[in-house]
Design a protein around this ligand. Structure first.
Ligand code: ACO
Length: 328
C-alpha cells in the first residue's frame, strides 16, 4: 500500500510585482535581484484576498483533477506561515468554503517546508488505515508580512497556493521515502518577532516594524545549500535510488544559486529540474505543490516518473520526499 497523489492544483494572484517595480520602492536593482536570487517577478494578492481564498482555488482544481468531491475528504491540512488569522485555522475556513463536512482540519507551521511536512503526515495517516482521502495544501500571502522598506527580504517572496489530493493505492506509484527534520537552534535566522505570546502586539512593536519577516540571509543560505543535497541523498538512499534515477527534481524555490549548487552536487541537469522562482519568487509552503501542478500542466510528469521534492525553511526545518508519479 502506498500514498499516491491523485490530483494537483494551484492558484496565483493576477497582479505581478516586477523587479523594476521594486526599484521604485526600495534601494535595489533588477540586476542585483536577478544575479543574487534569480527572481524577476512575483505575484501579489490584492486585498481582500486571503490565504484561504488561494487555498480554496487550488483545492478546487486538485479535487477536480483527482475526480473526487469535497465530501469525500477525511482530512485537510493547510501548511502556511500566513494564515488568515491566528485562529481558527485556515484549514477550517477552507473546509467550510469547500463544503468538506466530513473532513477534520488543521494548520501546520513549518515555514517553507510546510508542504513536505504535511505530505509526510498525510502519508502516515493514510497508511495507518483510518483515512481514504486527504487534501494537502501549501498556501501563502507572504507579501502581507513583508517590510517594503527592507530590501533584504521584500524582493524575495511572493503569493500563491498549491494543493494535492492524496489517497491510498496498491500499485508501484506513490511515496517511496520521506524524511522531515528540524534544527531549532536556527529559529532566530528567520522569524516574525511580534504578535505572538513572546511579544504581543503593541504600539511599540508596530512602530519598530516587528510584525514583518526578519531574516539573516547568509545564515539561511549556508543552511540551505548544505541541507538540500544532504536530504536529497538521504531520501534517495532510503528508497534504494541514486541521483541518476531522478526524472524530476522539484526543489524549494528560494534562490537560484541554492538550486544550482544542489544540481551541481547531485549532477541533475536543468531539463530534470523544476525552476519557477523567476516568475513567482519564493512562495514558501506553496512552492512545491505549485511546481507539481505546473509540471503536470506542462506534461513534464508522466506515470512512472521518479520525483524528488526537497525543501527547507523557517524553524529551521527541512524535508524531502521521493515519489513515483502516477496513481492506480
Ligand atoms: N538589493 C541590493 N542590495 C541588497 C539587497 C537588494 N535587494 N539585499 C541585500 N543587499 C545588499 C546587502 O545590504 C549587502 O550590502 P553590504 O555588503 O553593503 O552590507 C550585500 O547586498 C550583500 O548582502 P548579502 O545578504 O550578503 O547577500 P547574499 O549574496 O547572501 O544574498 C540573499 C542575499 C539573496 C538573501 C541570500 O542570502 C539568500 O537567498 N539567502 C537564503 C534566503 C532564503 O532561502 N530564505 C527563505 C527561507 S524559506 C522560509 O521558510 C521562508
Amino acid at each position: 500500500m502506498k500514498a499516491q497523489i491523485l490530483g494537483v492544483g494551484h492558484a496565483l494572484p493576477e497582479r505581478r510585482l516586477t523587479n523594476q517595480d521594486l526599484e521604485r520602492m526600495v534601494d535595489t536593482s533588477d540586476e542585483w535581484i536577478v544575479e543574487r536570487s534569480g527572481i524577476r517577478e512575483r505575484r501579489i494578492a490584492d486585498q481582500p484576498t486571503k490565504c484561504s481564498d488561494l487555498a480554496y482555488q487550488a483545492s478546487v482544481m486538485a479535487l477536480e483533477r483527482a475526480g473526487l468531491s469535497a465530501q469525500q475528504l477525511d482530512l485537510i491540512i493547510v501548511a502556511t506561515a500566513t494564515p488568515d488569522m491566528y485562529f481558527p485555522s485556515t484549514a477550517c475556513i477552507v473546509q467550510d468554503l469547500l463544503g468538506a463536512t466530513n473532513a477534520a482540519a488543521f494548520d501546520l507551521s513549518a515555514g517553507c517546508t510546510g508542504f513536505v511536512y504535511a505530505l509526510d503526515i498525510a502519508e502516515k495517516y493514510l497508511l495507518a488505515g483510518d483515512y481514504q482521502y486527504i487534501l494537502v495544501i501549501g498556501a501563502e500571502i507572504l507579501t502581507r508580512i513583508l517590510d517594503y522598506q527592507d530590501r533584504n527580504t521584500c524582493v524575495l517572496f511572493g503569493d500563491g497556493a498549491g494543493a494535492a489530493v492524496v489517497g491510498k493505492g496498491s500499485s508501484d506509484y506513490g511515496i517511496l521515502s520521506s524524511i522531515i527534520g528540524a534544527d531549532g537552534s536556527g529559529a532566530k535566522y528567520l522569524c516574525l518577532p511580534a504578535g505572538g505570546s513572546a511579544m504581543p502586539a503593541s504600539l511599540e512593536t508596530v512602530q519598530n516594524r516587528l510584525h514583518y519577516v526578519k531574516m539573516n540571509g547568509p545564515e539561511v543560505f549556508r543552511f540551505a545549500t548544505r541541507i538540500t543535497s544532504e536530504i536529497s541523498t538521504r531520501v534517495l538512499q532510503k528508497a534504494g535510488f541514486t541521483y541518476n534515477d531522478v526524472d524530476l527534481f522539484v526543489p524549494h524555490q528560494a534562490n537560484l544559486r541554492i538550486i544550482k549548487t544542489a544540481m551541481k552536487r547531485m549532477n541533475i541537469p536543468a531539463e530534470k529540474t523544476l525552476i519557477n522562482l523567476d516568475m513567482y519568487g519564493n512562495t514558501s509552503a506553496a512552492c512545491i505543490p505549485l511546481g507539481l501542478s505546473q509540471a503536470h500542466e506542462e506534461g513534464r510528469l508522466q506515470p512512472g516518473d521518479l520525483v524528488l521534492m526537497v525543501a527547507f525553511g523557517a524553524g529551521l526545518t527541512f524535508g524531502g520526499i521521493l515519489l513515483r508519479w502516477g496513481r492506480d
